[in-house]
Design a protein around this ligand. Structure first.
Ligand code: ADP
Length: 208
């Protein structure tokens, strides 16, 4: 979109319905000079024109463009750092870590940094009310482990991430790369907050 087309869009957004003549006046241009830009904006669906009324801004198209852009965002562009513990870490230390890092889910890794398990708030709460010795108990005993972990690849979309979280009733997904030896290298995390943040960011973005 050219600078002038953007100016026209902003005018129609603020003052529509508005006639071509009025837009031309606001931009100190002739109606003829404006005609090609108005034609382009109408053909692309950004503006609607009604005889004798003028130009309208097509809000629906903007919402659709935003939504489409949102849905195709890649996991790799939004993932956060994974907060990890060794699988030998005690449940007590995992709880401390959860508070220190201000997260809802921890990932357990093996000696090579490969994903071994998921430990959620409720996994820790359930264990804590069971009166066990939390300092002696390793998280490996209570974590959800492979092959039951639902993961996502960096090249997948946020839409796929959202679907996986909703369908599996979970708050987060480890972002992993599958290695040749069938292990999963942990490279990030996607949470429900990630999706909400991406939604806000894109909806507030100016589209071109
Ligand atoms: P919370 O238990 O705090 O509500 P979740 O809803 O994310 O958090 O977790 C529910 C259960 O699912 C827990 O037992 C947790 O270990 C497990 N879980 C969490 N994330 C995953 C995942 N990506 N794949 C498989 N299981 C998971």
């Amino acid at each position: 979109m050219t600078k002038r087309q953007d100016e026209i869009l902003q005018i129609v957004k603020q003052s529509g319905p508005i006639t071509g003549k009025e837009i031309a006046e606001k931009l100190s241009l002739t109606r003829a000079a404006l005609r090609p830009d108005l034609a382009i904006l109408t053909m692309s669906g950004n503006l609607d024109a009604r005889p004798r009324v003028g130009y309208f801004y097509n809000q629906e198209l903007e919402v659709k463009q935003h939504a489409e852009k949102f849905l195709h965002q890649k996991v790799s562009d939004f993932k956060a750092h994974p907060i990890v513990v060794e699988k030998s870490t005690s449940v007590y230390d995992a709880i401390v870590q959860l508070f220190l890092e201000d997260v809802g889910t921890l990932y357990a890794v093996d000696e090579d940094g490969n994903l071994a398990g998921v430990i959620s708030r409720k996994d820790l709460l359930r264990t804590a009310i069971g009166n066990q010795n939390l300092n002696e108990l390793p998280v490996s005993v209570i974590m959800t482990r492979m092959p039951n972990i639902v993961t996502i690849h960096p090249e997948e979309t946020l839409l796929e991430a959202a679907k996986k979280m909703i369908n599996n009733h979970i708050d987060s997904l480890p972002v992993v790369k599958e290695m040749e030896d069938d292990t999963y290298l942990l490279v990030g995390r996607i949470t429900k907050t990630t999706i909400t943040r991406a939604y806000l960011e894109i909806m507030e973005q100016k589209l071109d």
